[in-house]
Design a protein around this ligand. Structure first.
Ligand code: ADP
Length: 544
């Protein structure tokens, strides 16, 4: 017997309709690509999203068309997403930090038909345009006065494109399983792979992400997503915030510590989200200026492991609660979040901090298990570690065009490529990416754990650990360090600091100091580049 409840399709554009109707005057404030701060609200954004949909529809775009965006976090970018979704098109976020060849590969793989871009990227767009024949329309996210002078076919200013389009345009009708968004993972092995979100998965994920023990998005919140919309679906905030009618503060092109601080302060932001490197920069800026964070209540940190020192500084010095989260593009992206469970509430702070440093526990809607090399499930005892597999309604079941089939098994589990432990309370800890794990004397050493402790040293700005071949032990850890400006520390200082905090046999064999550690397009330490540079480093003990 079937239930007798309404079949109300979970469509993404219903979110902006809801926000426009019930939270119409709630603001979206953007630092525009042109420079000035621009203010709008959900009512206006809802109308303009419909104008985008109408403009696309009358230009001949339709269901299933991939429409690329290469843009910062701004209200215009949000309107564009919802407008594309509203005709059954697929917003495809292009990450401008990728190499030119990768961008060309991705846009061709996706067969994008149009590209909406911020003027910041005009030159880049001009370079790639001749190599992407499928794109027949270029929309610069600006007005006519700022239209860049570049040589691309059918270039139009966004404000002209939507100028006389209807703001009461009727959304197209289609099934909730219809594709809605496309985002490629950076593909550290092999080519980038496309993750194709559906309307249903995006709406469900926003519901999952928004709930109290996850991101806890509320109407009274003012949210600043530093995490770009081109990185893993902006961690659901472009959907979860309008769902609740939270005020949005969109940082545009300026993501440095000082610019982020300015917005946190002037807009009285209560919640923000970004990868750890952004917070390293902000905290260093606060240290210099002596500024405080009186309005900020919560910060969501994920994308790579968050060092203990960041969590501790936010919480103790600035009274800002940190939620450490883990996820990936394939998971829409949230997988686990580190909110404290009831049974931990009475623990002393230092012990709570141990839990906050873990990657968190899964919200309803994410199933998770760890397995050994033979795919046998391992115990949830906080000790056994194995490959982390996940399942759920907002997790990919395949990559676009059938790439990377090996990551998906017959029982519907997706292999994350991460190695992790899960404790009896469901808190998961990432040991490493499977390919970054260091194998020493038949045991595994977690590069992440050493890195996170090393950045707690007062002179260290950033740290990375890689495995370097060793004749006796197979591999041994090499610690690569960037010192804070003006700070000094030697090998012995750093190793001395690690002493007692990690197992003796985890102790790096060598510390090398560099000016800069390379990062991926999503702000993570680029281990492949470090292995290329230091992989043949001769360790002092290698001759033993
Ligand atoms: P890309 O691989 O393109 O940078 P993703 O954001 O999808 O994009 O990367 C997901 C991976 O990032 C995860 O599989 C995991 O290895 C890493 N990651 C994300 N959050 C964390 C975290 N909190 N701690 C450790 N690793 C993390």
């Amino acid at each position: 017997m079937l239930g007798l409840m309404q079949d109300w399709p979970l469509l993404v554009h219903k979110i902006i309709d809801h926000a426009a109707l019930y939270h119409g005057d709630r603001e979206i404030v953007s630092r525009s690509a042109e420079g000035p701060i621009v203010r709008t609200n959900y009512r206006e954004t809802g109308r303009r999203a419909r104008r985008v949909a109408h403009a696309l529809d009358r230009a001949g775009f339709a269901l299933g068309d991939r429409i690329a965006t290469m843009a910062w976090n701004t209200a215009r970018h949000i309107e564009t997403w919802y407008g594309i979704a509203g005709i059954g098109g697929i917003y495809h976020t292009l990450n401008p930090r990728l190499f030119l060849d990768q961008l060309v590969y991705i846009a061709n793989h996706a067969e994008d038909k149009a590209l909406f871009f911020d003027t910041t990227f005009a030159k880049l767009v001009e370079q790639i345009a001749p190599k992407i024949p499928s794109i027949r329309l270029y929309v610069a996210l600006t007005n006519r006065g700022h239209l860049p002078d570049i040589d691309v076919p059918n270039l139009v200013a966004y404000e002209d494109f939507i100028a006389d389009a209807r703001d009461d345009f009727a959304w197209k009708e289609f099934d909730e399983h219809t594709a809605c968004g496309l985002c490629y993972t950076s593909g550290t092995t092999g080519n980038p792979k496309g993750v194709l979100y559906s309307h249903r998965s995006n709406v469900l994920h926003a519901l999952i992400a928004g709930h109290a023990d996850a991101q806890g998005v509320r109407n009274i919140d003012t949210i600043l997503p530093v995490v770009p919309m081109f990185h893993a679906n902006a961690w659901a905030l472009a959907f979860a915030a309008p769902m609740a009618g939270a005020k949005l503060v969109m940082p545009g092109p300026k993501l440095d510590g000082a610019s982020i601080y300015e917005l946190l302060d002037t807009e009285q932001v209560t919640m923000t989200a970004a990868v750890p490197t952004v917070w390293l920069s902000l905290l260093q800026d606060l240290e210099k200026t002596g500024h405080t964070l009186p309005h900020l209540k919560r910060v969501l940190i994920g994308g790579s492991a968050c060092p203990r020192s960041i969590i501790e500084t936010f919480e103790k010095k600035y009274d800002v609660e940190v939620t450490h989260a883990w996820g990936m593009t394939e998971m829409s992206p949230l997988g686990t979040l580190g909110s404290l469970k009831a049974k931990l509430a009475g623990l002393p702070y230092e012990q709570q901090l141990d839990y906050k440093c873990k990657q968190g526990h899964p919200p309803f809607g994410v199933e998770m298990k760890i397995v050994d090399d033979d795919n046998r499930e391992l115990p949830r005892d906080g000790k056994a570690f194995g490959r982390l597999k996940v399942r759920g309604p907002s997790i990919a079941k395949a990559y676009f065009r059938g790439e990377g089939v090996d990551a998906f098994d017959d029982e519907g589990w997706f292999d994350t490529g991460d190695v992790a432990t899960v404790d009896p309370d469901g808190y998961m800890t990432i040991t490493d990416r499977a390919k970054d794990v260091i194998k020493s004397g038949g045991e595994w050493i977690s590069s992440i754990e050493i890195e996170n402790i090393a950045v707690g040293h007062p002179a260290v700005a950033e740290a990375a650990v890689i495995g370097v071949p060793h004749p006796k032990w197979d591999e041994r850890p090499l610690l690569i360090v960037v010192l804070k400006p003006g700070a000094s520390a030697g090998k012995e200082d750093i190793l001395g600091y690690l002493n007692g905090k990690i197992a003796k046999w985890w102790m790096p064999e060598e510390v090398v100091f560099v000016d800069e550690i390379p990062h991926t397009a999503t702000g993570k330490i680029q281990k492949t580049a470090l292995r290329e540079r230091f992989g043949k480093h001769r360790l002092p003990t290698a001759a033993e």
